[in-house]
Design a protein. Sequence first.
Length: 107
Amino acid sequence: MAGLARAAELLSALAKEAYWRGGPGPRPVRGDGRRVMSYPNPGSWTVDLTHPAVERVLGSGLPVEVQGAYLASVLYSAANRLMTRVTDADEQLFVAALAGRLVDGPA
């Protein structure tokens, strides 16, 4: 679960949209494994721990920083599909910022 907490930190630090910041971060749930995330209302989003991508990352044995980066990318992509206000251009900017963070370390 440390990887999921790190993903929330990365999203809060790097994403331009306010809904990633503040609040409690992602609420882990055991869903049906079909949707990686949901955003039921402002300030509240969930991550399905039974989704195959989430299970693979959390069970991978990769360092927490790498797990967090993978999950942050997966969650941002899911948000792009789920929310019309998140565009492909937004996602490109987020992925570029995430890559920069991984290469350069925190600013």
